[in-house]
Design a protein around this ligand. Structure first.
Ligand SMILES: Nc1nc2c(c(=O)[nH]1)N[C@H]1C(S)=C(S)[C@@H](COP(=O)(O)OP(=O)(O)OC[C@H]3O[C@@H](n4cnc5c(=O)[nH]c(N)nc54)[C@H](O)[C@@H]3O)O[C@H]1N2
Ligand SMILES: Nc1nc2c(c(=O)[nH]1)N[C@H]1C(S)=C(S)[C@@H](COP(=O)(O)OP(=O)(O)OC[C@H]3O[C@@H](n4cnc5c(=O)[nH]c(N)nc54)[C@H](O)[C@@H]3O)O[C@H]1N2
Ligand code: SF4
Ligand SMILES: [Mo]
Length: 885
């Protein structure tokens, strides 16, 4: 088809190929690209729903200066003038950029070049600091470069796959599906999941090690000594290609098997089994993600994993190696351009005078940053202290995603000059900007991204630029020109930036640097337009088929050897009585980060429509919270209020809260307001997974639930959480005191037109109130209030927004809050693609479906993207177990 465009998914680091098509009516449809080597045609729930998130609702379409529409020239001049003035008066380190792994490589390259080469400061940091910086630091310590040695195929070829600190099923769903398919084909393959929580990923595992938080170092140091004691060391590899083995062994010998048991809290049988599997299996891949990186010992966690792979020589060979799973679509591209404050460009080191000189000569720049800049947490501290006079935030939402988020908001508010480039007009961060610059979003922008396995793919535009939105690289280049660097920022298209980036990767690179895509230096605009996905390295001398690293050594330390890092585990001993719970934070299946895009999709919002805390039944009982009650979580930094989700998948004494909710979707769901700015001392990455908090019941006088066609506005309630629903919105509520006139509250909040009278009833003894507003047969809004959490079936209530309420009987059924026999409640959505709810799946199992595939045949559930297959399996297992009792 001519109007089909091949592009790449803008969400996770799997980097799936997408075929997008714009219909005659302007609607966008997407499908997986069968030829893309990351996904071979698969997409997950988020990827499948991309078409629903590209509308222009809420988009920022024109530049704004202090809330007033402005022309691009005026805005760009002001940015350039203000940055230049701050630099002239206070020096280059008085300005900063805070950017994102969701920028395209071309945007990122220009940002880094402007800051490090032309402004002459390294005060550019990125949300990758919160994401991958411990992996970067660990790789650099061990390998001498930030190299991911393996490929996705290795997961399929391995006989043992260890997933540690990774909820692959929800966070890298297509890679998870590839792994699940490989295991189904080859059931002998073993999977071990290491995670304090029993996640959906753990359900695929042969062995789930529910370690105590942050005891990974002890676990892998113990493994290392077990490998030595059981003669599992590859002596040849260690002798030829590594150094520091003896020191690492000495460090590890201080940790006994009993110590590991005590620290991790694991049963001895499980620990023994894990060590046995690793020792006796040659083809091992260890994948790790935020449970490893986001920790005060994150870099050490990375290195103890790398130590075990180096010691056994299991690296860079098919089916073997450590594998850092990157989160964002272009986390890797950002690392290639050196977007972190402590990196240079093209995997060169800011600490090296030779590298600095090389980059400066290549850029022909007037200066070059002499030393590392401020890392994210320190950067916002400097903003708070007034040391940063001008700040440019691009493609990230730090008021939601940074630790100590309220302090970050206050710092941004107090900063004399803040520029925000975003696609939305109102985000928690954009709210505080002096200058808003409208950026192109996915589908409009054009460039390249690099996925977790070093594969560079094109993102191509297939939509016109809306309003006056312009690409991020263009905004940066325009400011660069206006700051007096016209020649260096004279780009006309992303292809020119990519070409320069490729040339720099090869510049004076005689194999001394891992990142080399010299084969693409000098590429033409046409080659760029038709570029097929490829994996690096691809040096100028001929394309390379073998892209794995380190099977035969060749590390990037000066002596060509890898380093073992001697690490001794430190026991975190926390006995605070004021903050007795451990807060763990992370992701859910169908939301992306701060919800600015996925929050637009009713389908994605129907899986989990509210911020929540998973907690163990006994903890819930102790703090007196029942199912669907509300929990208040508090640390010295701040507070959040979320719904209680009581489950034994959560260990005692711990809570799990998603990172996604922001002030646009909930009253107090921004969990980073609670997370302290504690970081790993080497990488500077925040420890977002292990926070001491207090948890208590949030006492509400009334609970409410609303479905509404109009978006609720100006919400006045002690607790609220808003979600997009088919045909309107759904809203959860709690009030700490009665409202004088509930009907008035509804009219105001739900924009009920004058003259429309509610249908309703009030039951004084129970305190129940129900109000429904109809415009003819159409329901405008329904409001349910009770003294206990409202027991109305949510999916059924949402469906009423689109239903015909032709007669009074139907309208009264709605007010009663009861699904009629003709329209049973489907229950909470499990399959987002086909909108199939839990009750429907239960009914299908009761009706004879005995497997996920059978449910799929009956209901279609799980047959498109497959992201929900794990959950369906759980429901099937649960029903069958209940039936057998
Ligand atoms: N649906 C969805 N997918 C995404 C994203 C999204 O927003 N939504 N974001 C993307 C991004 S940027 C990233 S970085 C990735 C993150 O992907 P993941 O790292 O897989 O996701 P998280 O949920 O942050 O954390 C993973 C797991 O670490 C566990 N964990 C916590 N503490 C410890 C510990 O001490 N040790 C160990 N071993 N595990 C621990 C948590 O319980 C959690 O299940 O996801 C990417 N994919
Ligand atoms: N507690 C806790 N906090 C965390 C984490 C955690 O696990 N727990 N995870 C951390 C991790 S790993 C990450 S990656 C971060 C993510 O956190 P953020 O980067 O803050 O999250 P996003 O919502 O992806 O923010 C992207 C912003 O860019 C805008 N945008 C989208 N496309 C474009 C574009 O093309 N150009 C521009 N200029 N703007 C665009 C979006 O509207 C949005 O405002 O959160 C971190 N914070
Ligand atoms: S796994 Fe899902 S979110 Fe990640 S790239 Fe593929 S389709 Fe996008
Ligand atoms: Mo991330």
């Amino acid at each position: 088809m001519e109007n089909e465009v091949k592009t790449t998914c803008p969400y996770c680091g799997v980097g799936c190929g997408v075929i997008a098509k714009v219909g005659d009516d302007g609607t966008v449809s997407v499908k997986g690209d069968p030829d893309h080597p990351s996904n071979y045609g698969r997409l997950c729930s988020k990827g499948s729903a991309l078409g629903e998130t590209v509308d222009l609702d809420g988009r920022l379409l024109h530049p704004e200066i202090r809330g007033t529409r402005a022309a691009w020239d005026e805005a760009l001049d002001l940015v350039a003038r203000t940055f230049s003035a701050a630099i002239a008066e206070h020096g280059p380190d008085s300005v900063a950029f805070y950017v994102s792994g969701q920028l395209l490589t071309e945007d990122y390259y220009v940002a880094n070049k402007l800051m490090k080469g032309f402004i002459g400061s390294a005060n550019i940091d990125t949300n990758s600091r919160l994401c991958m910086s411990s992996s970067v630091a660990g790789h650099r310590r061990a390998f001498g470069a930030d190299t991911v040695p393996g490929t996705y195929e290795d997961l399929e070829l391995a006989d043992l796959v260890i997933l540690t600190g990774s909820n692959l099923a929800w966070c890298h769903p297509v890679l998870y599906q590839r792994l699940a398919a490989a295991k189904a084909k080859r059931p002998g393959m073993k999977i071990v999941v290491i995670d304090p929580r029993r996640t959906m990923t753990a359900d695929l595992a042969d062995l789930h090690l529910a370690i105590r938080p942050d005891t990974d170092v002890a676990l892998f140091v113990g493994l290392f000594s077990h490998l030595v004691l059981n003669n599992a060391i590859d002596q040849n590899y260690v002798a030829a290609h590594t150094s520091g083995f003896a020191e690492a062994f000495v460090a590890s010998s201080s940790v006994s098997f009993a110590d590991v048991l005590e620290q991790t809290g694991l049963p001895a049988m499980q620990l023994r089994e894990f060590y046995r599997l690793f020792t006796t299996t040659e083809k091992v891949v260890t994948c790790y993600s935020q449970g490893v990186n986001q920790s005060s010992s994150g870099t050490d966690k990375v290195n103890v994993i790398l130590n075990c792979h180096l010691a056994t020589g299991r690296i860079g060979r098919p089916g073997m190696g450590p594998f850092s799973l990157t989160g964002q679509p272009n986390a890797m591209g950002g690392r290639e351009v050196g977007g972190l404050a402590n990196m240079l460009a093209a995997h060169m080191a800011i600490e090296s005078a030779e590298d600095r000189d090389r980059v400066q000569r290549f850029w022909q720049s007037p200066r070059i940053a002499e030393r590392p800049g401020l890392k994210a947490v320190d950067l916002f501290q400097a903003v708070a202290d007034g040391r940063i006079k001008a700040l440019w935030i691009m493609a990230t939402n730090p008021v939601v995603s940074m630790p100590d988020a309220d302090a970050v908001a206050a710092a941004i508010k107090a900063c004399p000059f803040v520029v925000v480039s975003d696609i939305l007009k109102t985000t928690d961060t954009a709210r505080h900007a002096h200058i808003l610059l409208p950026s192109l979003g996915w589908g409009e922008k054009s460039g390249t991204v690099t996925n977790s396995e070093r594969r560079i793919s094109r993102q191509r535009s297939f939509l016109d630029a809306p309003g006056e939105a312009r690409a991020d690289w263009w905004q940066l280049a325009e400011v660069g020109r206006r700051m007096g660097f016209a020649a260096a920022f004279d780009y006309e298209a992303p292809a020119e930036v990519f070409e320069e980036h490729a040339a720099l990767s090869a510049f004076e690179n005689e194999g001394g640097r891992d990142f080399d895509i010299g084969a693409y230096a000098g590429l033409t605009r046409q080659t760029y337009d038709t570029l097929a996905p490829f994996q690096w390295p691809q040096p100028a001398e001929g394309g390379k088929a073998e892209t794995r690293f380190f099977a035969d050594g060749g590390f990037y330390h000066a002596d060509g050897k890898a380093r073992f890092v001697a690490v001794e585990p430190t026991l975190s001993d926390r006995t605070s009585t004021a903050y007795p719970f451990t807060l763990n934070t992370g992701r859910i299946r169908d939301q992306w980060h701060t919800m600015t895009r996925t929050g637009k999709s009713a389908r994605l919002s129907s899986h989990i429509a509210e911020p929540f805390a998973e907690l163990h039944p006994r903890d819930a009982m102790e703090i007196g919270v029942g199912n669907a009650g509300l929990v208040e979580i508090e640390s010295p930094q701040g507070k959040a209020v979320v719904r209680a989700l009581i489950t034994d998948r959560q260990a005692r004494g711990s809570l799990f809260v998603p990172m996604h909710w922001n002030d646009q979707f909930a009253a107090a769901g921004r969990i980073d307001a609670v997370v302290p700015p504690v970081t790993d001392r080497i990488s500077g990455q925040p420890a977002s997974k292990n926070v001491a908090v207090a948890a208590r019941k949030f006492k509400a006088a009334h609970y409410g639930f609303v479905v509404s066609q109009a978006k609720p506005d100006d919400l006045d309630a002690a607790y609220w959480a808003l979600a997009k629903a088919e045909g309107g919105w759904r809203l959860e509520l709690a009030f700490d005191q009665p409202v004088e006139d509930w009907c008035e509250w509804c009219r105001k909040t739900l924009s009920i037109p004058d003259g429309i009278e509610p249908l309703g009833y009030t039951d004084r003894p129970s305190g129940e109130i129900r109000l429904a507003f109809f415009d003819g047969p159409r329901l405008l809004a329904a409001f349910f209030l009770a003294r206990e959490p409202v027991a109305v079936a949510r999916s059924w209530a949402v469906a009423q927004l689109g239903a015909e309420h032709a007669n009074l009987r139907k309208r009264f059924a709605l007010v009663a809050g009861r699904p009629g026999a003709d329209k049973p409640d489907p229950g909470a959505t499990v399959c987002a693609c086909f909108g199939v709810g839990v009750n429907q799946i239960v009914a299908a199992v009761r009706g004879g479906c005995r497997s996920v595939d059978a449910v799929g045949k009956a209901l279609n559930a799980g047959t498109n993207c497959g992201s929900c297959r794990g959950e369906i399996q759980n429901i099937v297992d649960g029903c069958l177990a209940a039936a057998a009792e």
